[in-house]
Write a protein of this length. Structure first.
Length: 237
């Protein structure tokens, strides 16, 4: 009987050693371990350290002493996200060719020339290459010009006075636009590329054929109109 009691008592004592610890005690123990580990890692005094160890992965990192990881997590919690600055909208692109085409659509007619910057708007008449009589005060298209060369001429004191005055005052500019309507009503724009002042007999450059559609404007300049101003333009469209 005594032997049985001894064995039974041993079972009871052994069983008592394996009784489960209440959940509350485990939680308290775990919290203490975490706090102790935080002290060792040197981060318990930092604000929000409990938040850093609120999940299992952070707790494990803390217990093994992974201080850099926890500090990085702390910074991630404490630092706000950088403000996002919207990229500036690209500046609108203005295409010169498109502007010229839009301008050309505002004109219509036949055998007519416009130079808006000079205030010129004139009908154009044919001046045959065989004509010997001097020109009247009209805007003429000269019949002696070569291929691709729309040659317009007029008196400096009359229809071409705005061109004469622009040259003598220094207002003649590269890129100046002229618009022409041919006999079929086709509208085409031209821009100034260069000009020359020559003797009246030196007409080779002015009347020469051109590789692309071009325009030449001619009028008189100099003392008593003794020289010729020849302005070359090239088609824009």
């Amino acid at each position: 009987m005594i032997t049985v009691l001894a064995i039974t008592t041993g079972w009871v004592q052994a069983a008592s050693r394996f009784e489960p610890v209440p959940a509350r005690s485990l939680e308290a123990t775990r919290g203490a371990d975490i706090a102790l580990a935080a002290d060792k890692a040197g981060i318990r005094e930092a604000p929000g350290w409990k938040h850093l160890v609120s999940d299992r992965s952070a707790e494990a990192a803390l217990i093994v002493g992974a201080r850099p990881l926890l500090q990085a997590r702390q910074l991630a919690v404490r630092l706000p996200e950088p403000a996002r600055v919207a990229a500036p909208a690209p500046a609108p692109v203005v295409k010169a060719r498109a502007v010229v085409k839009a301008t050309v659509r505002a004109y219509s007619g036949t055998n007519h020339v416009w130079i808006p910057s000079l205030g010129i708007s004139r009908p154009v008449y044919l001046f045959p290459c065989t004509r010997s009589r001097p020109p009247d005060n009209l805007m003429y298209r000269w019949g002696c010009a070569g291929r691709n060369n729309l040659y317009l001429l007029g008196h400096a004191w009359g229809v071409m006075k705005p061109l004469h005055d622009a040259y003598t005052s220094g207002r003649l500019r590269l890129g100046m636009i002229a618009i022409y309507a041919d006999g079929n009503g086709r509208i085409r724009s031209y821009r100034v590329t260069e000009w020359r002042v020559v003797d009246p007999v030196d007409a080779a450059w002015a009347k020469a054929s051109q590789p692309v559609p071009s325009m030449t404007l001619q009028t008189c300049v100099g003392p008593n109109g003794s020289l010729r101003l020849n302005v070359r333009l090239v088609a824009v469209d």
